[in-house]
Design a protein around this ligand. Structure first.
Ligand SMILES: C[S@+](CC[C@H](N)C(=O)[O-])C[C@H]1O[C@@H](n2cnc3c(N)ncnc32)[C@H](O)[C@@H]1O
Length: 338
């Protein structure tokens, strides 16, 4: 493994808000672009591209993605960003708009280069301390969990904080989130996320070419996509499909190659989910992968295991944890059959 390189593993923050006014309307989507920039400045990343529909605004960032719904915001950042530093600003801007936080979930995998991470991401303990100090006391149901696996390179760090009403809100939405982290990507497939010498290798045109050349366009064909290629390599994509979103990020460099896929969708679209997962594995053919699903049931975990198995990967571990007033997480890891 390389001594140092780009940290592909993302940190992910999901925050839910509620409002006294039953008609929320645009809610957080009314946040001015300058306020978003101020929040992202604290994290140390910038917006490179944006797309929106009736339900959500999706931003591709210099380091991953941001999704803004009326009462939910998801920020996912990689590299050496300081994601948790967004919290105080986010709470303050939301409060000024009459929105108060009712749920927070922070998740991440195992950093490949942990020593390169700045405060407050120097350790999970430090991250939890920072979260505990930044969140208001109405989020009284709190839990931090390190979900282990047999692969030392893949474990799942989760911090959850909720108020007593949050669970009700989440269940009524009938949504689940799937976070897939893949390492040791197939070399020839990873090579498709490099630009071509002599061409304009970055931006939307090159991003679109990568989307088409890799088959990413076929994962969720109905999604409205916003794709971006980095120079000399790297790729990010946000897809929105009604209220659902998907996002892909790729660090193709040999020695620390990494790709992530994330999907928020409805629990009743199960056949689609099998198909989506199958296509994701085909695009990257990873040596090792982890899949974390929130608000899943055991049935879905078995289906995931069976889909992945068909592509030559064996399940090495499955860990389940419950988070007070926020539901459960199922974390599974897989490695390629030797
Ligand atoms: C932002 S993208 C995707 C990040 C994502 N978390 C991942 O690795 O799956 C990271 C890739 O783009 C490359 N890259 C090139 N220029 C970059 C820039 N200005 N900011 C961030 N990444 C850049 C990195 O070397 C890496 O291969």
């Amino acid at each position: 493994m390389a001594q140092s390189g780009f940290e592909g593993f993302e940190k992910r923050l999901e925050m839910h808000f509620s409002c006294d006014d039953p008609v929320i309307g645009l809610g957080l989507r009314r946040l001015k672009f300058e306020s978003l920039e101020e929040i992202l400045d604290a994290v140390q990343c910038t917006v490179v591209s944006a797309v929106g529909n009736q339900y959500v605004d999706a931003y591709v960032l210099s380091e991953s993605s941001l999704f803004v719904y009326p009462t939910m915001i998801i920020i996912k950042t990689c590299g050496t960003t300081q994601l948790l530093k967004s919290i105080p600003l986010l709470l303050s801007h939301a409060h000024n708009m009459g929105l108060d936080v009712c749920g927070c979930r922070y998740t991440r995998g195992n950093f490949i280069f942990p020593k390169a991470q700045p405060f407050p991401h120097t350790s999970f303990k430090e991250e939890v301390l920072y979260l505990e100090e930044s969140l208001p006391s109405n989020l009284c149901y709190r839990k931090a969990s390190l979900m282990p696996s047999k692969q030392t390179t893949h474990s799942w760090h989760v911090y959850s904080a909720s108020d007593e009403h949050h669970m009700v809100h989440h269940i009524s939405n009938d949504l689940f989130t799937m976070e897939v982290c893949m390492t040791e990507l197939d070399r020839s497939l990873a090579g498709k996320f490099y630009g071509h010498p002599g061409n304009d290798n970055s931006g939307h045109i090159a991003g679109r070419e990568m989307t088409m050349a890799t088959g990413i366009n076929d994962i969720i064909p109905s999604a409205l996509m916003c794709d971006f290629a980095f120079d000399p390599c790297g790729y990010s994509m946000n897809g929105i499909d009604g209220v659902h979103y998907s996002t892909i990020h790729v660090t193709p460099e040999d020695g620390y190659s990494y790709a992530s896929f994330e999907l928020m969708a409805c629990t009743d679209d199960r056949n689609d989910i099998d198909d989506v997962l199958r296509k994701v594995v085909q695009v990257f053919r990873p040596g090792t992968m982890s899949i974390s699903v929130t608000s899943a049931n055991c049935n879905m975990s078995k289906r995931i295991k069976n889909v992945i198995k068909q592509h030559g990967l064996i399940r090495r571990s499955c860990t389940i944890d419950e988070f007070p007033a926020a539901g459960g997480i199922v974390f599974q890891t897989f490695t390629r059959r030797k």
